[in-house]
Design a protein around this ligand. Structure first.
Ligand code: SIN
Length: 484
């Protein structure tokens, strides 16, 4: 497909270059080629976007929920109709194989459909105070203009997961996509315009000067909400900046997901699940399995099977249909993955497949399995964000739970077991926002995605997703007097 990309900023319903004319290159991570030069928003452009969002807020909030719903539904239909274009754009700028990019388009579009169905269902309540002296009316109102800072790993889905509930709730927004993947975000802005989103309601400002552009927005009293997906380190800085205006925040931060294989698991299914949990998005996902904990009685069989399956992957450009694993996003990401493996080996771990940086162009790293990883190794403590599966063993359920919980993160856990009692014990004892049982993927637009501990604040998707964009207002009304 020959693609033409949007490369300008989208502010107040207009496509325009950066106020200072600056542009920055978007690179193909499979070969380093420049795909496009995109407008590089300046702090002044950021202020213009906020003014546009603020100016559009009142009218958008007053737009009938059914109208908001129908615009979202149209956006879902258009993304679905243009799925090939989205998938190819995602593959070009982010690197994932086309089949995975298509899966992301479906996943991303589904947030539009889900929240189109939620928009008309925003409700409050009416009740009688316990002493019957008054009536309690509780209503929900849109929080107001939002700033969204999204990552490069799911360039469409992380944007729709924030923009769709905001639109449904009646909030305007500014999206600052990752500098590595602005093309998908700009294509999505075009879709929103086509779907009938009024001028100023959504603004998209790619920039290479993230802090200089978003800092003043976060400090402005016009902004009411900040939602960020990315690393815990950056999330902490953003939470600190948001404190000055007591800005509402949603934070979807890092993970260190344990993938636990119990002795009673269906081992073939567990290997399949581990491949999904580890290799979806090349391991570049905050929900990627980061530590594989296997009961000692099945560890050898599991490691052998996983090693064999990981070794069968085909690396290449994501547009080549033979490719099952694309490049990592950039050199820094690949160097970090490689450093973690080198360090683990120095600590005493053994590589059973992969483990070396290949020669040639692009930021490739092979699917890698490590066994006998010492519990003190850094690879078990940090988010790997690459296709590396470190395996460690345990001998009891309690030990597995203790190992799983021994992290400051708490985004997701995966467990393979056929024991229902154990499943319930895990649900009640694992320190996690999400738990996958006999599955390597939990992400679902109809479910509340989010973490506990340092993995974040708030939930995205599900019934809970729209709450992040609604204020609760309580009205106390004196109880009626007796009829005359
Ligand atoms: C993420 O990695 O940030 C999100 C992954 C998902 O939605 O499945």
């Amino acid at each position: 497909m020959s693609l033409t990309f949007r490369t300008d900023l989208f502010i107040g319903g207009q496509w325009r270059p950066a106020s200072n004319g600056a542009r920055f290159p978007v690179l193909d991570p499979a070969n380093g080629e420049v795909i496009e030069q995109v407008a590089d928003a300046s702090p002044e452009d950021g202020q213009d976007a906020l003014r546009a969002a603020d100016a559009a807020q009142r009218e958008w909030a007053a737009t009938a929920p059914r109208v908001r719903a129908e615009i979202l539904r149209r956006a879902f239909e258009i993304v679905t109709a243009r799925a090939d274009e989205f998938a190819e754009t995602i593959t070009r700028e982010m690197g994932k194989p086309l089949a995975e990019a298509r899966a992301e388009v479906k996943y991303g579009a589904e947030f539009l459909r889900w929240f189109s169905e939620e928009a008309p269902r925003i409700s409050g309540r009416y009740s009688t105070a316990p002493d019957a002296g008054s009536r309690l009316l509780v209503l929900r109102r849109p929080v107001g203009p939002c700033l969204f800072i999204t990552p490069w790993n799911f360039p469409l889905a992380m944007a729709t997961r924030k923009i769709a509930p905001a639109l449904a709730a009646g909030c305007t927004s500014i999206l600052k996509p990752a500098a590595q993947t602005p093309l998908t975000a700009l294509l999505f802005a075009e879709v929103l315009q086509q779907a009938g989103v009024p001028a100023g309601v959504v603004n998209v400002i790619p920039t290479q000067q993230a802090g200089a552009v978003t800092g003043p927005l976060i400090g402005s009293d016009k902004l009411r909400k900040l939602s960020f997906t990315g690393s815990t380190a950056v999330g902490k800085q953003l939470i600190k900046s948001a404190a000055d205006q007591v800005l509402r925040v949603s934070m979807e931060l890092g993970g260190n997901a344990p993938f636990i294989v119990f002795e009673d698991a269906d081992l073939d299914a567990a290997v399949e699940g581990a491949l999904v949990a580890k290799l979806r998005n090349g391991g570049e996902a905050c929900v990627a399995a980061n530590r594989i904990l296997v009961h000692e009685s099945v560890a050898e069989r599991f490691s052998t099977a996983l090693t064999e399956r990981m070794g069968k992957n085909v690396a290449g450009h994501g547009l080549d249909t033979r490719t099952t694993i694309g490049p990592l996003i950039d050199k820094g990401t690949r160097d970090k993955v490689n450093d973690l493996v080198v360090e683990a080996v120095a600590d005493g771990a053994t590589v059973t497949v992969g483990g070396t940086v290949p020669d040639g162009e692009g930021w490739f790293y092979p699917p890698t399995v490590l066994v006998d990883v010492p519990s003190t190794s850094r690879i078990l403590k940090e988010e790997i964000f690459g296709p590396v599966a470190p395996i460690i063993t345990f001998s009891s359920e309690q030990e597995a739970v203790d190992l799983a919980n021994a992290t400051e993160y708490g985004l997701v856990c995966f467990a393979y077991t056929r024991d229902l009692d154990r499943t319930l014990r895990l649900a009640e004892s694992l320190e996690t926002g999400m738990l996958g049982i006999n599955t390597g993927i939990v992400s679902n637009p109809a479910a509340p995605f989010g973490g506990v501990k340092q993995s974040g604040i708030g939930r995205e998707g599900g019934f809970e997703g729209i709450d992040e964009y609604l204020e609760t207002v309580y009205v106390g009304i004196a109880g009626p007097s007796a009829p005359k």
